[in-house]
Structures are given as structure tokens and as C-alpha cells.
Design a binder for this molecule. Sequence first.
Ligand code: FES
Ligand SMILES: [Fe+2]
Length: 419
Amino acid sequence: MLDVLTTPLQRLLRERKPGHSLPAAFYLSPEVFEADMEHIFGKHWIYVGVEPDVPEPGDVAVFDIGKASIAVVRDEGGEVRAYHNVCRHRGARLVEDEKTTVGNLVCRYHSWTYDLTGALIHADHMGPGFDRACHGLKPVHIRSLEGLLFVCLADEPPADFDDMARRLGPYLAPHNVRGTKVAFQSDIVEPGNWKLTMENNRECYHCGVNHPELTVPLFAYGFGFAPEEMDEHDRAEAERYGRLLTSRHADWEAAGLPSREIDELDTMVTGFRTERLPLDGEGESHTLDTRAACRKLLGDFTSAKLGGLSVWTQPNSWHHFLGDHIITFSVLPLDADRSLLRTKWLVRKDAVEGVDYDLANLTGVWLATNDQDSHLVGLCHKGAQSPGYEPGPYSPNTEMLVDKFVNWYAGRMAAHVGR
Ligand code: FES
Ligand SMILES: [Fe+2]
């Protein structure tokens, strides 16, 4: 293509140096942010929440993806549906609360009323020629992957969701998300671009120095390392971890728990990765004493010594499935400079706070870790604003997943805007 026909975004994509952090405009420019919302968040499967956000018929949960507001509703038949949260009369925002329970969805402006299947069932004074059937709520594609809810705003969502669901489903199913409740949710606004939040999540190069709580249950050697830079003792420890990983995978798989790595982070439109990893200490949970935080275990588990099943999806989620609880994270961009990190802690539906689990113990490790990460994201966002910023190299031993995230991002963007 002649250079005069190249758009600024195409030029930025061409300038990107593989294996390096992105040119600053990708993190800072409002135009790139608009393109991110249109092409990445508007055309891919976005993780928003869990079925336990809407446990009963009539329950509604609202999720905002940029300017799109989406109402997720459980209908009378128990099916989870999603609609644009926009009244079909004059466009008022229909559901104002983040969570509510309704009989029907009633617009407060002129009382147009929709049933839980989105059909317009009541609209006064519209005259004889008015066809209610043409004014139902606009549906949004929604899929539940063993209880994890993904929505897609595109008319034709990426078809490979089915492939992800078929391969990831057996890993998730034993943890029985549908049999849980949301014990706690934390929303924090990170002072940085959403891609910096994602990049930060995709590596643990920074964990040793920054996460004193998280590194209690997590093994340092699980984060990747450069063997040639290690002394004999550390190399022996790393080898011990490698043997532990192999033998645990074999044990868990023999017990019916899929555990081995699948990595499709930059090889599918709906990129994802999973692996079950051993935990340090008692090996049970992401807690400061490495023991289960909830006495009632998930699903049919009889032991909590299951390590942690980690799941990553592009562009905006990661999850840790333990024997006793689940921690699930979604990143929703607010503007080029701010991102909403939403974390949910799920425990068995019949677990009782103060009896089966202590909320501070359950949430302690990740509340601290999120705060630490938010600060790091802010530092990178500030750095990208400086004239001294230049894309820097990712570590080939510890930042492989960061590289896959930006590869996925750049590839998906190029697929939609050209390069
Ligand atoms: S805008 Fe909703 S009823 Fe008028
Ligand atoms: Fe971190």
C-alpha cells in the first residue's frame, strides 16, 4: 500500500517491534483507544462475569463495555440471556443498578415493559398501527463456559468459541462454577491503559519483588527463569519444581482432573491458555497459610490439595480455580488512561461467611496483590507519557505470555484495520 494511504494506526502496527513493549501511542492515544473499543472489545468474546451473578430467574446484572451497556438476565426458564440495556422507545438506559431482581424489565421513562425474553409486552398510547413485535430488546450474543459468562457485541461473533469451550470445559467443570455464589467483589480503577493491566497480569517476573503475599502460595519457579543465570542450588530447586509439576499433572489427570497446559494465546481468534499448577506449602489455596480458606470444598472434591488451575482468555480475563474457591478477574477499559479491574471470589453456594470461611482470609492475598499491581500499571502508564519512553525488550524466559498478548492484540487489530 502507498504510504499516503496508510492510516496512523496501520503505521503504528508496522512500527511495532516484535518482542518489545508497544509504541507509546498504543497506551496513550484516544484514537487507538477508540479502535480498541471498536475492533477488540466490539468484535471478540469479552469475559464479563459468572452465572452466580444472576442465580435466580428475574436476576439482572449490568456490564458496561465502553459505551455499550449490557443487561444479563436469567429468564423464567433458567436461561441466561443478554440485551442491549437500551429502551426501544426513545433509548433511555433501562436498568440503572449494577444488580437487581425484576418481574419484567420496565423503563422508568414511559413505562414500556419487556418480559425476560426481551419481548415488548406493554406500551401505552402507541396507536393501532404500532407493532410491539418489532420493538423487543436487542439481543447480545452470550455464552456460558461452565458458568463463566462471555458476551460479544459483533453481529457475527468469532466461531472458535466452541473450540475453546470444548477444550477448556473439562478443566473447569469439576470446580462447578454454577454451584457457587459470589462471596465478594472488588472493583478498582487502575491508573493505566487496559493493555498495561493485561501485560502486567501475563508475567510474574515482577512477583518476587512486588508480591510478598502472592508468592507465599505461588512457586517462584513457576514464573519462568534463565537457567544459565542460576547457581547450582537454584538450578537444582528449579529441576525439583519441574519434576513436581510432571508428577502432579500425572496424579491429577489420573484422578480425572485435566491439568496439562493448553496454550492458544496467540494462535486462535478467541485466544486462551490453561494449566494446573502445584502450590507451595500445604498446596491448597491462594491464602497466606496456603490452606483452604473455605471449609466447604467446590464440586465433589474431597481434598483441597489440587494446586491451582489458572485460565487466561484474550483480551481481558484471568482466573484461578482452587479446590475451595475461585478467583476471577475481568478488565474493562474506561478510557485510554483508566481501566476497571473487577475481581470476584466464589465459594460454594451453601458456605456461610463466618462459619465456613472468613472473608479477610479468603480475599487477603489477592486484594493486596491487586493493589500492588495497580500501582505498577500506573508507573508504566506514567512512563509511557514521558519523551524518554522507548519500547523495551520482553524477557524471553519470563515474559512469553506478555509477548503472546501483544502479538494477539496486534494480529487482531491488523485483521480488522489492515497493516
Ligand atoms: S424511553 Fe423507555 S419508555 Fe420511553
Ligand atoms: Fe502482579
